[in-house]
Structure formats: C-alpha cells, structure tokens
Design a protein around this ligand. Structure first.
Ligand SMILES: Cc1cc2nc3c(=O)[nH]c(=O)nc-3n(C[C@H](O)[C@H](O)[C@H](O)COP(=O)(O)OP(=O)(O)OC[C@H]3O[C@@H](n4cnc5c(N)ncnc54)[C@H](O)[C@@H]3O)c2cc1C
Length: 430
C-alpha cells in the first residue's frame, strides 16, 4: 500500500512549490497538484524563435530575504541591472545615476535643478528610515495586517514630496512595479521594495524567469508533483479533482491565486473572499532586434503619461540565454492605463521608442504581444485588511499565495514556507 499522504498542496506556483519543498525537507510525504501543464504559475517563460519571453516583465531582487533563504542564487546565474535607470520625459531620456544608494546625486541628475534640493533630501531621509526599519525587523510586508495602512501616495505626501517630483520620480519607478500608476498600493509594500532596491540589484536568471520555479521543483521527489490536474473543491483533509477523484491527506494547503482559492474553499470560510477584488493586468510586447538600443543592462521608465510604454528593457543585455547569438531581445511593458488594443500596441511602442533611439527601431520585429489578465492582486490598504491573518484556516486546512502575503516573488516564497511550518506544527500535534 502506498504511504499515506501527509499533505496535499493545491497549486504549483512559487508559493505551492516553496510549501511542498519545505514539507519534504521536514520529512513529510507531500503531493502537489497543479492544473496547468507545468509548475511555475505566474513565473513562466516561453521560447519564440530562440528568444526567451517571460510571461510579463518581471525581475528578481537579489536582496529578497526569502530568495536568499530558499534559492541557490549562484545556480540561477543571475544577470544584474545597473542600479540606475533612464527616465523618459517629454520624449527625452535622462539618466538617473543610482536613486537607491546615492539619492542626492541621482535626484540631482534627474531634475537638473528644476525642482528644489528639498525633494532630494527627502529621498535621502526616506532611504535612511526605510533601511533602519528593515534592519530592525520592523518592515515585513508579509506579516498579517491588523491595522489600517496608508497608501504609497499618502505616505509620500505626508513626507512633503512635491506633486511634480512624485510624477517624475516615484510614479515611473513604482507604477511599473505595482502595475498601477495611482500609487494606491499600501505603504509597507513600497517601503520594502525601496529597501530591496537599495540593498541589492534587480536581476534576471540566465535563460528566463522560469528558472526560479524549475529550481524549486527540482528539490521535490519526481512522484510528488502532478501537473495537468485541476482541483474542483477543497476541504480539511480532502481534495476533489476535476475528474471526480478524491484525494485524502492529513492536511491540505490551498496555494492557488486568490480568485481560485475563493472558488475552491468551502463557502463562507473567508467572508471577504466571496467578493474577490479586481486583479491588476500587465501587457508586454517583445521584439527581436539586430542590436541592443541600450547596449547596457539598464531599465528605461517613462513619465510620459499619454504614451504606451511603462518601461523598456533589453533582457539580452542583462542575462545570458535571452536571445540567440548576434541578436537582441527588447521588452516593452505597456502602461496599465494605456487604452489602445493589443493589435495596435507593437506599432505604438515603436512610434514612442523612435523618439528615444531613432529610426533603427523601425527594424524591430514584434515577436509577441501578451496580456496577463490577473497579474497581481489588489494591494491597497483596504484589500490587505480583508486578508486571512495567517496560513491556518482550520484544523487540516491551510492557505498561502501572494494574495495572502505580498504580491512578489518574496511574498509567494515566504507564504509557502510559513504555511509549511504551520502544517508541520499541526501534524506534529495530532
Ligand atoms: C506581469 C507580472 C510582473 C511581475 N513582476 C514581479 C517582479 O518584478 N518582482 C516580483 O518579485 N514579483 C513580480 N510579480 C509577482 C510574482 O510573480 C507573483 O507574486 C508570484 O509568482 C505569485 O506566486 P503564487 O504561487 O502566489 O501564485 P501563482 O503563480 O498564481 O500560482 C498559483 C498556481 O495555482 C494553480 N491553480 C489555480 N487553480 C488551480 C486549481 N483549481 N487546481 C490546481 N491548481 C490550480 C495555477 O495554475 C498556478 O500554477 C509579477 C507578476 C506578474 C504576473
């Protein structure tokens, strides 16, 4: 007879993989069931004509504490972005040296005297305070939210930043990270992300972001993972598969995205989940080019509100394996508030980029335009207050995923690990 299963993990994104791996490490017999044909969830990479196209532009920040704890960073062969960026405004690109480590120099270079030194000093103070909070263990975006938080915009206003400065500095940087330009995301998420940029680099693994879930999955016994196995319903100790089969285990962890969790879990268990909030969308246009328009591993962010580009990168300048030899790969993320349709996105991106790089962009060949409908959950203060306050929902029933912790690779990994610890403790008690 097969060994009894200690825990079924539903969903093989980063949270589910991290959870399963931690349970295996603790000697538990685990089964992970994933609906899609491969594990990885929202961290996925497709190959088109030898170019690696991540499903939405994403970066791994090498200062993420959970990344350091759970991943073999050396084996990922990370390529690093330069800490600065090029900021587009009024059709021009201006270099921002290094806003995370040398805010005074960086802000001076961006604003070239058009806004007072006061905002530059405010960035320096913000940096100091955020790093002190992080060092003191008081900046954890994955901790349960028990009191009302401010939005990023409210926190910046309270610090006295000028509107103009927010529009030219914070909106282009963090609008692309949060996938929303309103800066409605809760302040701890902003502060943590700022600290991560200050303490490390934005990176891409060689050959694509999918190398991250691949590494996690390699730490699991081959027979522990079943892909192409959608789950229909979950309760403590039981999982009903879409084909009608029932799997039983001492514990079940729901490690899906928030909308799927709301559908799978018993009605009424988490009242706020009955009305899932709208997720944020992302769009990416990928181009093949003969040469890199940048020639360096730099991020371009745009403050031009009416134009389509949110940010532009050349992944083949950053990490090995993104483009075939002798070619370059260009990604343009489209602003969430750009109203054009997918069919017109590539041409609109080329039109805008021509203003920055000249006519050579007309030779770019569009490889793919992809839309990620449910890219990130709502991380506004109101949304965060409705979340479960920990991974344990009931005896034998647990939850994790970026909708419970914070919407990032770090948040998904942290949630998976802490869910595994809670399961292990629960099993130990019974
Ligand atoms: C476009 C984009 C850009 C991003 N940028 C960054 C970035 O730059 N840096 C960063 O740190 N993070 C970024 N993120 C966020 C990060 O990728 C996510 O927070 C993280 O991958 C979420 O992992 P998860 O395991 O919580 O959820 P998911 O990846 O959604 O995994 C859930 C899994 O559950 C499976 N599932 C769902 N329903 C069922 C079912 N009924 N039965 C079985 N399986 C099921 C799904 O198929 C999926 O594999 C970005 C995300 C996107 C989409």
């Amino acid at each position: 007879m097969a060994d009894a299963i200690d825990c079924i993990v539903v969903g093989g994104g980063l949270a589910g993989l991290a959870c399963a791996r931690e349970l295996v490490r603790r000697g538990r017999n685990v089964r992970l069931v994933e609906a899609a044909a491969a594990v990885g969830g929202r961290v996925a990479t497709d190959t088109v004509d030898g170019f690696r196209i991540d499903r939405g532009f994403q970066v791994f920040l090498d200062a993420y504490p959970e990344g350091r704890r759970q991943l073999d960073l050396g084996a990922l062969k990370l390529g690093r972005f330069r800490p600065g960026a090029l900021v587009a405004g009024g059709g021009r690109l201006r270099r921002v040296a290094d806003p995370w480590r040398r805010p005074l120099t960086a802000v001076g270079s961006l604003l070239s005297g058009t806004v007072g030194l006061a905002d530059a000093l405010r960035v320096a103070r913000l940096r100091g305070e955020v790093l002190a909070r992080f060092a003191a263990g008081k900046l954890d975006p994955d901790a349960p939210v028990t009191a009302a938080e401010r939005t990023t915009r409210e926190a910046l206003e309270a610090r006295g930043f000028s509107e103009r400065f927010v529009a030219r500095f914070f909106e282009p940087f963090f609008g692309g990270v949060f996938l929303e330009r309103g800066l409605e995301t809760a302040e701890p998420i902003f502060a943590f992300t700022f600290a991560m940029f200050a303490l490390g680099s934005a990176c891409l693994p060689a050959g694509g972001m999918a190398a991250i879930p691949r590494q996690l999955a390699a730490g699991l016994p081959a027979d522990a993972v079943e892909v192409g196995t959608p789950v229909d319903a979950v309760e403590a100790g039981r999982v009903r598969l879409a084909d009608g089969h029932i799997l039983a285990a001492r514990a079940v962890v729901v490690a899906t995205d928030g909308r799927s969790a709301a559908r799978l879990l018993p009605v009424g268990l988490i009242p706020a989940m009955a009305k899932p909030r709208a997720d944020k969308e992302a769009r990416l246009v990928a181009f093949a080019a003969e040469n890199s328009p940048l020639g360096e591993p730099t991020l371009v962010v745009s403050a031009d509100r009416a134009e389509p580009i949110d940010n532009l990168t050349v992944p083949s300048d950053v990490a090995a394996g993104y483009a075939p030899a002798g070619a370059a790969l260009v990604y343009a993320s489209v602003r969430p508030d750009w109203s054009g349709d997918d069919a017109s996105a590539a041409a609109a991106v080329v039109r805008q980029a021509r203003g920055w790089f000249g006519r050579r962009v007309e030779q770019w060949r569009a490889l793919a335009t992809l839309r990620v409908g449910h890219a990130l959950p709502d991380e506004s203060p109101a949304a965060r207050l409705t979340r479960p306050t920990g991974p344990r929902l009931a005896a034998g029933l647990f939850i994790c995923g970026d909708h419970v912790t914070s919407a990032s690779i770090n948040g998904a990994l942290a949630g998976g690990r802490t869910a595994a610890e809670a399961v292990d403790a629960d099993l130990g008690r019974r």
